[in-house]
Design a protein around this ligand. Structure first.
Ligand code: SF4
Length: 776
């Protein structure tokens, strides 16, 4: 047992080195409330952390009806007992603090307390007087599977609205899109166990050291052990990942924001040029090699070096590491996902692996990572811009399957166009065609780009706004009805991490006051709306989390994300289990595509694909004519310049990102004393050369301004690349006036822009033209 006191300063904890192809040793991290000893804990309740997509398994300590601590689960395949600072100090310490305990309703401009019946009646009255298409649902990456699935059925088969998406659009949409484009379906190919078996780890725009601290400790333990892997970091910032790359003899590539696609084409060019291609594998299992080779032929290292602002030698060395290592693990995250060619660049990571046949084998994983903890479930269950079970909206047979499952007419299920993505959903609010918006467990008043626009939309009189959350967030302050939601530890359900591993989280304590689980709230709405199937029975035939899970199992049966072999009972006591989990594979499947068969068959695939450059859809006929027959697509794209670039007025590139101490908009972590003390306020990271030119010293208050808005924070002079400014995105406002208590605007999204990747529709948080000035 590792006493985790002090893990604020040592976020990855002590090393437990392990060599190649050996099992990662167990280290159980534990944290209990001050004054509570282990003997005093009355119960330990099984769960998993919901503060990032790693999904570390843990037990919650309960005493006197309160959560009083947490410890990692040694038996679990994901974390082998470890927890990071957010899991240790942020998952339970907000418990009981300024929670919403009763519904609120707006009367004469003010939010006042009310009862559930009044609040829900108001919602149902407003809902019933509108057409289905006037409804929009903007949900989260933090609910549980059972809640997403219920919401998806309500939206798709109850109301019949396509306007439903998650804030997962901001963090994980590109992961899904890149997997669909290459492999025909969403579904993480790799496994965390690939860390133990690889010879090289490539982190593409993924500051794992900050975003998934436990996963990074697993990498560090490999590096400290025998036969360590080489690390390559692609990131314009100097992060611990970048330092590790240099330490292990790898490369830290610092491409200019917005140039990832050029870099990836350059790496593919080198692989082909040097013959680091498994032609037998490519010919047997892929489509599109000739077009890919022709596209990347023009991306020699010198040209790419000029576009990306990199030494050509670094590009050559990086390609050589990828081309000559026996086993390569790649991970991809927001540095690639939140850019204008997000899907294109992320697909090129898949292409690197396919060219070398490095997929479906130990140590050869692709991890198109997720940001939020339960983002995977939003995608699987269709509470984002997808259909449940990775079904294809353009395939009538898939719609018929859902119609049979839900016993509704297939015409009820919206499928005349793709489900509405979040950026379009907000546009419909702007245009007024959506005037009923239900937001659950997310805080768009801080997390969406161009916040002045979002504040305008949220405060419109004609918009009926429901917000369901645990706290009176910046967003909730705009609502017409606020519903108090039970949170982690206060409800039961399952969720799935970035490597497809499903965990059960049992209820540890009662929710505060009258707060209810999100599942109960959705079920109440469905009952009051009297949604029925075509035989007149209630559309939603479940009333408990476990019943919802059983219903979901049927929906997933036979699809790539098959849960049919799982049950609450099977998820209790041991490790989480990765899907697909079926009768034939009761322990789940560690890594996908070990048979090199990809779900690209037209009757099976989740999407017919897109042109990566324009986002134009591939028609079903064209897709079928390509006869993929279980082969993966090597999709190519030219590099294109970002829509917004530096100018005389805005000479720097602004990017946003994360701190290891906070999750999302700090709704939970900001209420943890330790985490808040570790990172209490926004800061602005400026490169040394830029700081010298601007006359800015460490700790000076500076203003970062784009054409859309400004943020102020103390300068941190870093060693990042010249011309790039970084601001963490966590820091929102705490009042409706859009100002922090001390009057300083603190949200990075004041300066970000309303544009998105053409395929995944993920917004471009990483490329804004800004200027920085010192505040006197
Ligand atoms: S790595 Fe992520 S899931 Fe694990 S303890 Fe930290 S925040 Fe929680």
């Amino acid at each position: 047992m590792h006493d985790a006191t002090g893990r604020i300063g040592d976020i990855w904890g002590p090393r437990t080195p392990h060599g190649r192809d050996t099992i990662w040793p167990v280290r159980v991290d534990q944290e209990l409330a001050d004054g509570v000893s282990e003997d005093e804990v009355e119960r330990w309740v099984q769960s998993a952390c919901v503060l990032c997509s790693n999904g570390c398994a843990c037990d919650i300590a309960v005493k006197d009806g309160r959560m009083v601590g947490v410890r990692g689960r040694a038996v679990d395949r994901i974390n082998h007992g470890r927890l990071g600072p957010k899991g240790l100090y942020g998952s339970w310490q907000w418990s009981g603090k300024d929670r919403l305990t009763t519904p609120l309703i707006r009367e004469d401009g003010q939010l006042v307390e009310t009862d559930w019946d009044t609040a829900m009646s108001r919602i149902v009255t407003e809902s019933k007087r509108r057409q289905p298409l006037a409804h929009g649902f903007y949900t989260s990456g933090q609910l549980f599977l059972e809640e997403y699935y219920t919401l998806a059925v309500i939206g798709k088969a109850g109301l019949g609205t396509p306007h439903m998406d998650g804030n997962t659009r901001l963090c994980t949409a590109t992961a899904a899109a890149a997997l669909k484009e290459t492999f025909g379906s969403d579904g993480q190919p790799g496994s965390y166990n690939d860390i133990e078996a690889c010879d090289a780890i490539f982190l593409f725009g993924h500051n794992m050291a900050a975003t998934q601290t436990v996963l990074w400790s697993r990498v560090l333990d490999r590096i400290e052990g025998a036969d360590p892997p080489v690390v390559v970091a692609v990131d314009p910032r100097s992060t611990p990942v970048a330092e590790t790359a240099e330490r292990t003899g790898g490369v830290h590539l610092e491409p200019l924001p917005g140039t990832n696609q050029a870099l990836m084409n350059g790496l593919l060019h080198e692989l082909i040029e040097h013959g680091w291609v498994d032609r037998e594998y490519v010919d047997a299992h892929t489509l599109g090699y000739d077009e890919l080779a022709a596209t990347v032929a023009a991306y020699g290292p010198e040209r790419v070096a000029e576009i990306c602002g990199l030494p050509a030698a670094d590009i050559r060395r990086t390609a050589e590491i990828f081309g000559t290592s026996g086993r390569v693990l790649s991970t991809v995250l927001q540095g690639f996902y939140q850019s204008h060619q997000a899907t294109a660049a992320s697909c090129q990571v898949n292409n690197l692996h396919l060219l070398r046949g490095l997929i479906g084998k130990p140590g050869c994983g692709i991890l198109q990572m997720n940001g939020q903890p339960t983002a995977e479930n939003t995608r699987e269950c269709g509470a984002d811009g997808d259909l449940p079970g990775f079904r294809n909206w353009a395939n009538p047979a898939h719609i018929d399957e859902l119609a049979r499952l839900w016993n509704v007419d297939s015409l009820v299920i919206p499928h005349w166009a793709p489900p509405t993505h979040a950026m379009q959903l907000w546009r419909y609010v702007e245009q007024g065609s959506i005037d009923f918006l239900w937001i659950s467990a997310t805080n768009p008043a801080v997390s969406l780009p161009e916040l002045s626009r979002i504040r305008d939309l949220l405060s419109r009189d004609e918009l009926f706004l429901v917000v369901q959350d645990g706290f009176l967030t910046e967003t909730a302050q705009y609502a017409d009805v606020v519903l108090p939601a039970a949170m982690w530890g206060e409800k039961q359900g399952t969720f799935t991490n970035a490597s497809r591993t499903v965990h059960l989280s049992d209820q540890a304590v009662e929710p505060p006051g009258e707060a209810r689980s999100d599942l109960d709230i959705f079920l109440d709405y469905a009952r009051r709306m009297d949604f029925r199937d075509r035989d007149g029975r209630p559309l939603i035939g479940w009333s408990t989390p476990e019943e919802a899970f059983e219903a979901w199992k049927e929906c997933s049966r036979g699809r790539p994300c098959d849960y049919s072999g799982l049950s609450y009972e099977r998820l209790r006591g041991g490790s989480g289990i990765p899907w697909p989990c079926t009768e034939k594979a009761p322990e789940g499947v560690d890594r996908l595509y070990s048979d090199s068969e990809f779900p690209t068959d037209p009757e099976q695939c989740e999407d017919y694909g897109h042109d990566l450059l324009t986002g134009g859809s591939t028609s079903p006929d064209k897709y079928k004519a390509s006869s993929p027959g279980g082969r993966a697509f090597l999709k190519a794209a030219e590099y294109s310049e970002p829509g917004e670039w530096i100018s005389a007025d805005y000479p720097l590139l602004g990017t946003s990102g994360r701190s290891p101490y906070h999750f999302h908009t700090r709704t939970k972590t900001g209420r943890s004393r330790r985490l808040n003390e570790a990172a209490p306020e926004v800061w602005v990271e400026v490169a040394e050369a830029d700081a010298a030119r601007l006359g800015v010293a460490d700790g000076d208050l500076v203003r970062v301004e784009s054409a859309r808005g400004a943020v102020k924070g103390k300068a941190r002079i870093g060693s990042g690349r010249e011309g790039v400014v970084f601001v963490p995105f966590h820091y929102g406002y705490w009042d409706r006036a859009g100002q922090a208590p001390d009057g300083q605007p603190t949200a990075a999204n004041e300066f970000t822009l309303t544009e998105w990747d053409p395929v995944s529709k993920q917004p471009l948080f990483k490329v804004s033209a800004v200027r920085v000035s010192k505040e006197e």
